[in-house]
Design a protein around this ligand. Structure first.
Ligand SMILES: Cc1cc2nc3c(=O)[nH]c(=O)nc-3n(C[C@H](O)[C@H](O)[C@H](O)COP(=O)(O)OP(=O)(O)OC[C@H]3O[C@@H](n4cnc5c(N)ncnc54)[C@H](O)[C@@H]3O)c2cc1C
Length: 509
């Protein structure tokens, strides 16, 4: 008998993990990646992160105009390159809250409970602080907590403490709350992502097809037997025993919808013949959001970004209400001005305290406008539709303003708030400012949600409901977004999904 053949669509955070585990288990693996090789130097040097947006390595999506953002479209960069969004991201390593996984486990079983998630995280990590009950060493992904902080970030952390926020030396140790230095996936000034750590070292043992965009899966009587893809302008097909979609929260639902798997009426409207009704495909889209507090430094200049390190090095987690079990806000701090579209640039140097909400209640959707790869996709994150999201945001932005006024920033750096600015004072004005200036935290999830109800797209082992030979393994399966940055959870999903798949294929016990 020949080897079992598996197609993995997408070589991003989760897909690179899945492909590596399949290769190690002896499967015949073909990886389709729409983007190309990671040759842009800005991918590897975090100080050049901003150069990647709108580049050929960015899918460069935009939302539809949203009521909650005063009718504005929000830019949604996504990695279109080997490495996926882990090639474009800030590499901040956040395992998120225990409650997130225990919440998933309530509907999806104990495999997803924190006690069965923590050992996987430990195995993924190579933690600079050494092994412990909570941290691992020797894993594929470096997690650095020992790099030198830039002076402005030291002052921001001090200012947060002066405002009453406790310092947390390790937010990945089980308690998120407090202000912290960010732990990052950088070694000797170079980004390490799952493509480099998992898949690239064994690329010769798989077929990796770049510049190949998967249009849809091939379905035969309820069984998925391959994919239709476009390469060099030609539509082609490849068959396999199993297909894994790891195309991300904006990519995987598109492939399902173009295959006729989704809400039947909507598919018909988009000119796609419905084949398998699944109401939840493309629904439940949600994201974290940010709104900037930008302060100019009048006492001295912030030095230019150092090569190899990120302009964001610190963040904090806080609860906007006392009755919450886990934080719902996570402001993130930058050594540069992070302007929202339309803001006038500031003369001189400036830093940003980006207020942020990380347990949004608002839910949006992704829909097709037509059946072809080039038909635009409608992405509506429905930002700030739920008033509870505004309440949490108001808390976060006030906290950021207060931090900017503390002695460590006001006196040492001469910090002077420019945005929102002195004219924005009461809650109504602040809400208007947030709606006008909200941007994505880059954490879209939920469009192929895992679960067992009628809105679920995949089951707790990530198999697409009602079909054989098809799984979704990436950020899109999160039924509810994690409390914090979504990359570590996406890699965790890659490891968990690979384990389920190998067992299913008879390649592991
Ligand atoms: C700018 C930015 C900054 C971020 N910062 C952080 C951070 O610091 N920390 C953090 O934890 N998270 C961060 N994130 C979020 C995090 O990177 C993502 O949540 C995570 O990478 C999602 O992993 P994924 O495997 O679901 O998708 P991705 O990593 O996006 O992988 C999907 C892959 O599939 C490919 N693909 C899509 N459609 C097709 C198709 N039809 N055919 C073939 N290939 C296809 C894509 O090109 C891509 O390579 C950031 C994201 C961005 C964009």
């Amino acid at each position: 008998m020949g080897k079992v053949s598996v197609i993995v669509v997408g070589a991003g955070s989760a897909g690179s993990v899945v492909a590596r585990r399949l290769i190690d288990a002896g499967a015949d693996v073909t990886v389709f990646e729409a983007g190309g090789e990671d040759t842009n130097p800005a991918i590897h040097d975090l100080s050049r992160l901003g150069e990647l947006w709108h580049s050929p390595d960015d899918w460069d999506y935009y939302t539809t105009p949203m009521e909650g953002t005063a009718g504005k479209r929000v830019h949604l960069p996504r990695g279109k390159v080997l490495g996926g969004s882990h090639a474009l991201n800030a590499t901040i390593w956040v395992r998120c809250a225990q409650q997130d996984f225990d919440g998933w486990a309530e509907h999806c079983g104990p495999e997803w409970a924190w006690e069965n998630v923590l050992p996987v995280y430990r195995d993924i990590e190579d933690f600079s602080g050494g092994a412990s009950d909570v941290h691992g060493v020797g894993g594929p992904i470096p997690v650095d907590n020992d790099y030198e902080l830039d002076g402005i970030h030291e002052s921001i952390i001090k200012a947060a403490e002066q405002s009453g926020v406790p310092f947390n030396p390790d937010y990945n140790s089980g308690v998120l709350d407090g202000v912290s230095k960010e732990q990052v996936n950088i070694v000797d000034g170079v980004r390490i992502n799952t493509w480099k750590a998992y898949l690239k070292p064994v690329r010769g043992q798989a077929t990796i097809i770049t510049g190949a965009e998967v249009h849809s899966v091939i379905l035969e009587q309820g069984a998925v037997v391959g994919v239709n893809y476009r390469q060099d302008g030609q539509m082609r097909q490849l068959t396999a025993d199993h297909v894994v979609l790891s195309a991300g929260a904006l990519g995987s639902p598109q492939i399902l919808l173009r295959s006729g798997i989704g809400p039947s009426e909507e598919l018909q409207q988009a000119g796609v013949a419905p084949v398998h009704a699944l109401q939840g495909v493309g629904k439940n889209l949600h994201d974290h959001l940010l709104a900037p507090v930008i302060a100019k430094t009048t006492a001295r200049d912030i030095p230019a970004p150092r090569q190899g390190v990120s302009v964001t090095q610190s963040h904090l987690f806080a609860k906007s209400r006392d009755d919450l079990e886990a934080p719902d806000t996570q402001p993130i701090f930058f050594a540069v001005p992070m302007y929202s579209p339309g803001m006038e640039p500031i003369d001189g140097t400036a830093f940003t305290l980006h207020s942020g909400i990380v347990t949004p209640y608002s839910r949006g959707e992704l829909t097709l406008s037509g059946p072809d790869l080039d038909d635009p996709v409608n992405i509506d994150i429905n930002a700030l539709a739920d008033p509870r999201d505004i309440q949490a945001f108001l808390f976060s932005i006030k906290q950021c303003r207060s931090i900017a006024q503390q002695e460590a920033l006001a006196e040492s750096w001469g910090a002077q708030e420019i945005y929102p600015g002195p004219e924005v004072q009461d809650d109504e004005q602040l809400e208007e400012y947030i709606r006008n200036n909200a941007v994505t935290y880059h954490h879209q999830v939920g469009t192929c949600a895992m679960g067992v109800d009628e809105r679920a797209v995949v089951d707790p082992e990530l198999k697409v409901h009602g079909l054989t030979g098809l799984r979704v393994i990436d950020a899109s399966i999160m039924p509810r977004i994690t409390t914090g940055n979504t990359n570590a959870p996406s890699i965790l999903i890659g490891e968990k999904g690979a384990k389920f798949l190998l067992k299913d294929l008879g390649l592991a016990d």
